[in-house]
Ligand binder design. Structure first.
Ligand SMILES: *Cc1c(COP(=O)(O)O)cnc(C)c1O
Ligand SMILES: [Zn+2]
Length: 409
């Protein structure tokens, strides 16, 4: 039996009953959040430092931090328990002591979104919904489509008109309905909450409270993988802000439960062409301001008016976080560098390492810093890649193959 609890607004504190589907505060419109868990334990018999957990679902391992979760049996697709890779070349290049990449490409649909969707699907089932939805053409749409299929729910994915059709094919493949909507994607978020109520669709958008709960697991894993000795910085490519909020809540809970004593500094990484949080942070604004003409290669972090922007700002200010905007050139260079270390991430994901390089250039490192960069999703997903590669394909026949190989640099 799930316990009683309420959802409270992270901005004004007002509480909302958990028995109803609420995504935003009825008083101020702020994001809602579940209570911070203040006691809990993680079984000792397995540490993530030893590798991937065998057969243990994510929410079973961390069950003491999910007292409100109804049990719906096996709904998982093997989400979470992703590798934390130490890459010395990156640390050398950025001037940090150690850089780890938390490779979220290793999730079922190749992004961290699966952690949140896996949690949100349980919530939707708990409230008796038979349809879930989201607003996204990218990683979120794919993740919601996959978990809907796993849970035998219908999925509705709202996308903005003009999205490349090849991005939609995998979403359709899972059996989801895709609706292309002409209009502003940030406004679509608001509209979806109204439409969801009217049509009985539980919208698992970017910062829906249970999605954010799912993201906590990433922090727990980092704690386990580093034997509870936390890094100086955790760098998160940020768009809507749900991911950063969830990771942060996870660290707070680990500390409240006495499993860690020190918190890392959170770094919000954004692209210069769409950096509402970084701009608000650096200019001392009280709240984020809408970016009028967002423009960046990092499509997955291109939200011009992030629904959890103010909540992220508050975390950064209260706990000595940083917000860094990097250019598309820096992002693409970081992406290439990561690939040359064997890790192919999306431009949005490479923004975290690009931000670390910038921190190095700005003299923030003394050479003793350990940094975790969240590699949010795989580069294999990005469409139209071939035209952007510096190398070219060499043609040969069986007869000329020797010569062609000899001519390669
Ligand atoms: C969704 C996403 C982000 C941003 O996460 P938010 O919760 O919207 O801040 C970053 N990178 C990738 C690859 C994503 O798919
Ligand atoms: Zn509120």
């Amino acid at each position: 039996m799930a316990q009683q609890y309420s959802l409270s607004c992270v901005l004004c504190g007002r509480t909302h009953p958990h028995t109803e589907a609420h995504t935003r505060c009825q008083a101020c419109g702020g994001p809602l959040e579940l209570p911070v868990i203040r006691a809990g334990a993680i079984a000792q018999h397995f540490t993530m430092a030893q590798g991937r957990v065998g057969g243990q679902p994510l929410f079973s391992r961390y069950s003491s931090f999910y007292p409100y979760f109804p049990d719906f049996g096996v709904l998982d697709l093997g989400e979470g328990f992703t590798p934390l890779l130490e890459i010395p070349e990156l640390a050398d290049n950025a001037g940090a002591d150690v850089i780890y990449i938390k490779n979220e490409s290793a999730n079922p649909t190749w992004s961290f979104k699966d952690r949140g969707t896996a949690a949100g699907v349980r919530r939707a089932l708990g409230l008796g919904y038979s349809s879930i939805g989201t607003v996204s053409s990218g990683n979120m749409g794919l993740s919601v489509a996959a978990y809907a299929a796993r849970a035998s729910l219908k999925a509705v994915v709202l996308v903005a008109a003009g999205v490349a059709e090849e991005k939609l094919a995998p979403i359709l493949h899972y059996g989801a309905s895709v609706v292309r909507v002409r209009g502003d994607i940030a406004a679509l978020y608001e509209a979806s909450l109204v439409i969801g109520k009217e049509h009985g669709i539980y919208f698992l958008n970017s910062d829906e409270p249970f999605r954010v709960e799912g993201y906590k697991t990433l922090a727990y894993e980092i704690c386990e993988q580093l034997q509870y000795d936390l890094p100086s910085y955790v760098v998160v490519p940020t768009s809507a802000g749900g991911h950063l909020r969830g990771i942060w809540k996870g660290f707070l809970e680990m500390r409240a439960a006495g499993l860690i004593t020190r918190l890392p500094q959170m770094v919000c990484a954004q692209a210069v062409g769409c950096a509402p949080i970084a701009e608000a942070f650096q200019n001392g604004y009280d709240s984020v301001r809408r970016v009028e003409q967002p423009q960046t290669v990092a499509a997955a972090i291109k939200n011009p008016y992030p629904p959890s922007g103010d909540a992220v700002l508050r975390i950064l200010r209260e706990y000595h976080g940083l917000a860094i905007a990097v250019t598309d050139e820096e992002i693409l260079a970081a992406q290439q560098e990561l690939s040359h270390c064997g890790l192919f991430l999306q431009p949005a994901s490479a923004a975290s390492y690009a931000a670390v390089k910038r921190m190095g250039q700005e003299g923030l490192f003394s050479g003793r810093e350990r940094v975790v960069c969240i590699g949010t999703s795989s580069g294999f997903k990005a469409p139209g890649l071939l035209s952007k590669q510096p190398g070219s394909i060499h043609d040969a026949t069986l007869e000329t193959l020797q010569d062609v190989l000899a001519g390669l640099k």
